[in-house]
Design a binder for this molecule. Structure first.
Ligand code: NI
Length: 171
């Protein structure tokens, strides 16, 4: 089922998510809905709090459009190692029509559980490393725009308000 994606400044997006304690049918269903919602949007990643579920679950698929899907499901993900720096433009399904460059680690090692409850380790760089950091942030109530300098965040807020008003006029 495609769920509604919450958008900034919804306060639900600022809440910290709780670890998954048991991987049951509910979690399987949540992951299925999250993947469906992400592919429909379309986006390269989605975190459970973006659909209003405050559990530490993320889905990512960075495979190029038109190619075979390559879905990553990470439950209770933790970054255990980071290296280097990157500064790339990001966007977010919860902050539609806005993009900005954000400072991240260039590569990360992430430990998580898969849907079978097995521990999986991902060594990621490039877009996948950024996607992991971006989605993990969501689990702690952090949006990519929260990484902007105070001045840039101010500009974002003004620009975003205008964008929202414009899109309302168009409705
Ligand atoms: Ni996002």
């Amino acid at each position: 089922m495609i769920r509604r994606i919450l958008t900034y400044p919804d306060p639900e997006l600022k809440k910290k998510s709780a670890p998954v304690t048991i991987i049951n049918e509910k979690i399987t269903e949540l992951v299925r809905d999250m993947a469906e919602t992400m592919y429909d949007a379309p986006g390269v990643g989605l975190a459970a709090p973006q659909i209003g579920v405050h559990q530490r679950v993320i889905v990512i698929d960075i495979s190029p459009k038109g190619e075979k899907p390559d879905l990553i499901v990470a439950i209770n993900p933790v970054i255990i190692h980071t290296e280097g720096n990157s500064y790339e433009e990001e966007g977010c399904l919860s902050v539609p029509q806005y993009g900005a460059s954000v400072k991240r680690h260039a590569s990360v090692v992430v430990k998580a559980l898969n849907l079978a409850g097995e521990e999986v380790t991902y060594r990621a760089d490039g877009l996948l490393a950024i996607a992991f950091q971006h989605e993990l942030d969501h689990l702690d109530g952090i949006l990519f725009v929260d990484h902007l300098s105070p001045l840039k965040k101010d500009i974002f807020k003004k620009k975003y308000r205008q964008l929202v008003e414009q899109s309302r006029v168009g409705e």
